[in-house]
Design a protein around this ligand. Structure first.
Ligand code: GLN
Length: 557
């Protein structure tokens, strides 16, 4: 069978959860035994989001092959088993880059190069590439219908329908049906307009996923069906839910997958969603709570750490816990009204995530020192591992000026430095160490216990490294290097053996965590944090009892 395509477009406003919708459809199709792949087109001109600010774009999701991609690919990987690579995310910039390279090579044999057919052909070729060897390819078009920049992508999917026919292509449109409080009514007009916009470029949607905060009544559904020229059964309530992991279940109750397969003439077995049912049951029925503090620079923009947040949720779900996540502004630990002890006292675990630039580093070091000395479980990811090494060098090994050459190029103790710069292999652009690299784990370490493996592969996105010249000093002080690249060049993991759970990794394990397969590092960190929380509360309660009975000994507070 040649692959079928589901095209997911969005209307009315952005942020309606097209990516999650695409991922959830993928999940449902997989639950019926079908093989899926997912891809996203981003209509902006940047070649990839790697150079964009996290404020603008949110997280940069890194694939095994080292592509810096849109965060929706993170959803695709978390909800399905599709193996994603740079083929699964294209921007307008990258499409044009290809075309211009071909034009310069003379590949167009003197023809005028145009949006139709050259740009649309390039887009279609990219779609067909990910559709090889799968039953269904789900193609998400970023942006909102009506945007000038998304037109070539819309035109390309229109052509795909012409070329392959109805039985091989399905248009799914995600739109908004808002509840207007003043009128106490759900309004269908924005959806009507959005569909009109699609029709004007030759696309008649087959299924409408209507984002709304309440169930659409039969009347509303028939009204939308009538005005938008779709079947009534194809007007789907995509109701808001508290957990994103409930979306596949909500869609399954509305029968989206059944309908899609009917339209695409695909026979598939009944769905088996038992693992997702169980997951969602755990989401809503936790046995207890755990509170993690993330000390970072981009705290106010949650999207900049999407995968991290999800990986922590997975870690908590693995222990049947509810995760309370607090983002702590690193700079506030240096300058805040409250002391850093007050700010950090109520966390069961402390995490410093990846990041770039000097801002907030001193605050991170304060938090790490606190975690190390007070034996609070600590997890340092990428920058969080680098800062853990700097903190250790400064406060344990007496190298008061230890730093990373990223933050202080003139530091006398470059505990973290740019290794490749020293080797003279600094190229312009794309200078980061990206994607999956193997790591060998030292037997008998915490890392070994956590993974249960001696060789792992994890994804990277960094420029700076641990400087092996300081290995002897730091290990003599008590730091353990528990993971390195097989050739020994790069330090990949560090830990503190005399601490209950202090671990740092140069890679980003959050990119590989899935709700049904929580990453071992997150499972272990959240578990240790929970244990620490129990101990912390027990000690606090005992101290209060003690104070109640013998206030003169304990001293009044
Ligand atoms: N800024 C650091 C580096 O480039 C850390 C990067 C990161 O945390 N992703 O090495």
């Amino acid at each position: 069978m040649s692959a079928k395509y589901i095209f997911v477009t969005g209307g009315v406003v952005s942020s309606l959860g097209k990516g999650l919708a695409a991922a959830s459809i993928g999940c449902l199709l997989e639950s019926r035994g079908l093989k899926v792949n997912l891809m996203k087109f981003d209509p902006y001109l940047n070649v990839d989001p790697g150079t964009m600010s996290p404020f603008q774009h949110g997280e940069v999701f890194v694939t095994d092959d080292g592509a810096e991609t849109d965060l929706d690919l993170g959803h695709y990987e978390r909800f399905t088993h599709a193996k994603l690579s740079r083929d699964n995310n294209w921007t307008t910039g990258r499409i044009y880059e290809q075309i211009i390279a071909k034009e310069r090579r003379g590949d167009y044999l003197g023809k005028t190069v145009q949006v139709i057919p050259h740009v649309t052909n390039e887009i279609k070729a990219a779609m067909k590439k990910v559709a090889q060897d799968v039953d269904v390819a789900i193609v998400e078009i970023g942006g909102t219908v009506g945007d000038i920049e998304s037109l070539p992508f819309m035109e390309a999917i229109r052509q795909m329908r012409q070329e392959l026919g109805r039985e091989h292509t399905l248009f799914m449109h995600v739109t908004l049906v808002p509840f207007i409080a003043a009128a106490q009514e759900l309004k269908t007009k924005p959806t009507q307009h959005s569909v009109k916009e699609l029709l004007s470029i030759g696309i008649q949607p087959d299924i409408l996923l209507c984002r709304t905060d309440r169930f659409l009544s039969k009347e509303i559904k028939s009204k939308i069906a009538l005005f938008c020229n779709v079947a009534e059964e194809a007007v789907i309530t995509a109701k808001d839910v508290a957990s994103i992991y409930e979306v596949p279940l909500v869609f399954s109750r509305e029968g989206v997958d059944t309908l899609a397969l009917k339209y695409l003439h695909v026979e598939a077995r009944d769905r088996d969603l038992s693992a997702w049912d169980d997951l969602v049951h755990r989401v809503y029925n936790p046995k207890a709570e755990v509170t993690i503090g993330i000390v970072g620079k981009y705290v106010e923009y949650e999207d900049s750490y999407k995968s991290l947040k999800e990986a922590l949720v997975h870690g908590a779900l693995a222990h049947n816990l509810k995760l309370n996540l607090n983002w702590i502004e690193a700079e506030g630990l240096e300058t805040g009204d409250k002391t850093y002890e007050e700010q950090l006292a109520d966390y069961d675990g402390i995490l410093v995530p990846g990041g770039f630039g000097k801002r907030g580093i001193e605050g991170m070091l304060i938090a790490i020192r606190y975690a190390r000395e007070k034996k609070v479980p600590y997890f340092g990811i990428c920058l969080g591992m680098q800062t853990a090494c700097i903190e250790f060098a400064r406060n344990v090994c007496g190298l008061a000026e230890a730093n990373s050459s990223e933050f202080d190029p003139a530091t006398p103790h470059r505990v973290i430095y740019k290794l490749r710069e020293l080797r003279g292999v600094e190229e312009l652009g794309g200078t980061m160490r990206l994607g999956a690299w193997p790591c060998k784990i030292e037997p008998g370490t915490l890392a070994h216990k956590i993974y249960g493996l001696l060789e792992i592969s994890e994804r990277h996105r960094h420029r700076y490294e641990f400087n092996r010249e300081y290995e002897e000093t730091l290990t003599a002080g008590g730091l353990r290097i528990s993971g390195s690249t097989p050739d020994g060049t790069y330090v990949e993991m560090v830990e503190l053996p005399d601490h209950p759970h202090f671990i740092g990794c140069q890679f980003h394990p959050e990119f590989k965590s899935k709700p049904l397969e929580p990453h071992p590092l997150f499972r272990s960190f959240v578990g240790a944090a929970y244990e620490h929380g129990l101990r912390r509360r027990a000690e606090k309660a005992a101290a209060e009892v003690e104070m109640f009975h013998r206030p003169e000994k304990v001293g009044r507070r």
